[in-house]
Design a protein around this ligand. Sequence first.
Ligand code: PLP
Ligand code: COI
Length: 356
Amino acid sequence: MEIKVTKTANPKPIPQDESTLGFGLKFTDHMFLMDWYDDKGWTDARIVPYGPIEIDPASTVLHYALEIFEGLKAYRTAEGKIQLFRPYENAKRFNRSAARFSMPEIPEEDFVQAVKALVDVDSEWVPKGFGTSLYIRPFMFADMIDLALHYVKHYRFIIIVSPSGSYYSEGLNPVKIMIEDEDVRAVRGGTGFTKCGGNYAASQRAGDRAMAKGYSQVLWLDGVERKYIEEVGAMNIMFKIDGVVVTPSTAEGSILQGITRKSILELLRHKGIPCEERKVSVDELMDAARTGRLEEAFGCGTAAVISPVGVLAYKDEVYDINGGKIGETSQMLYDTLTGIQWGKLEDEMGWVVPVK
Ligand code: PLP
Ligand code: COI
């Protein structure tokens, strides 16, 4: 794919104090764009100065929410190299999301090439501190000027990048999570397995209610019986119960197939640590918490990395997990995963892809 690059004439100052980056708040000097037309396919791949985009008020996405996205990161190693973590997994998942919405797919090589090209142009923006990274947000939306529900003839694909620190202000300190028993996020046959904006829109109300009660996010239950654990608002969930790491199976299609989740399962199997992907009922979880067998709980995701859960609430029961401290398996997984991502540990699994 040929990418036309137009550099900005007015570069912004690069944030020097990395401790105040937060997550997804600041954006670099450039962005990647390309367009899809039903008669031409993908066209006009370009990197241009970052800035507002024009959108018609009748555009499909503003009314019918036809939008999908991805999330990955570029990491700077101590030697100053810049690397990505499993970007082809993001490209594949993007296309699984696209297929669910009848959106055009992007060849995996083009997706990764676009990510690499943008990160390379803005490489000075990749922060230096351990734990900081350049968060990469590719997204695609339908852009027809037509309020009828028609076949969509124009899509736009954009990538923006943001120098970021921790997703949660708690960092690696445990977060408080509340099990949601009223709203549901996804149903079988729906869009739960995709990264579409609509999933997050449907989650907003429960998230806001949880925050008002002092919790960081909600843990979703299945949409049919409200009996089985699914995932958290922005991460997959894992539990260590009786020495075994257990995570909900994604087979029903209502849970996002997280790349961090997949990597953790591969690491655990590689290290010979017992782990299971299966249905986990809220009753089993609460019983384990009540009887002291719930040794650890943690969320995992690109933005969240490994996020220990220190408090779990369901209806009127509230439990502290591992005395509100990070558990040894969570810490080991955090150290291994971040060690590979920031190039401190050897990449035995072959997950890292250099930008150049
Ligand atoms: N589940 C949800 C709902 C998410 O938004 C994310 C974040 O992307 C994840 C899980 C974790 O996925 P990944 O590890 O691929 O970032
Ligand atoms: C990510 O971890 O990349 C995500 O997309 C989570 C997002 C909701 C902040």
